[in-house]
Design a protein. Structure first.
Length: 134
């Protein structure tokens, strides 16, 4: 089960009439994210497997995962914002209990993302889950 802030996002997506409105909301979420400091955009935070440039800076403090991210593609920035909503603030043992395919399907994302974006999203989720396991 996702955390309450993600449940709020699911409700927002259910309220939006069509995919174009949802797509705009994803873009707006990306625009609303603060920029990642340039000093954190290094090889160790770069996510391989994404068609665009993607960086995730993940931290685990007191057994809780938090992270920030950035991309040079506006829709991918929005996907990062969604992943932050889904995962950031969870206890490490909870991270891998989340089924990202099920949760993201609740937003209708699986039906409307290109295969490249889907692959990039999987790469980001893999990085998040690997960090929680470490």
């Amino acid at each position: 089960m996702a955390q309450p802030i993600f449940e709020d996002l699911v409700e927002t997506f259910e309220f939006l009439d069509d995919w174009e409105d949802r797509y705009r909301h994803v873009i707006d979420m990306g625009k609303a994210m603060p920029n990642m400091p340039e000093v954190l955009k290094v090889a160790t935070t770069k996510v391989d497997g994404c068609a665009s440039q993607v960086w995730l800076h993940l931290k685990t403090d007191d057994n809780v995962l938090t992270f920030i991210g950035e991309s040079d593609a506006i829709i991918v920035r929005g996907l990062i914002a969604i992943l932050i909503t889904l995962y950031s603030g969870l206890r490490l043992e909870e991270v891998n209990k989340i089924d990202p395919l099920v949760e993201l399907a609740r937003l209708g994302l699986n039906e409307h993302l290109s295969s490249q974006r889907s692959n990039g999203l999987r790469a980001m989720v893999e990085r998040i889950r690997d960090t929680a396991k470490a």
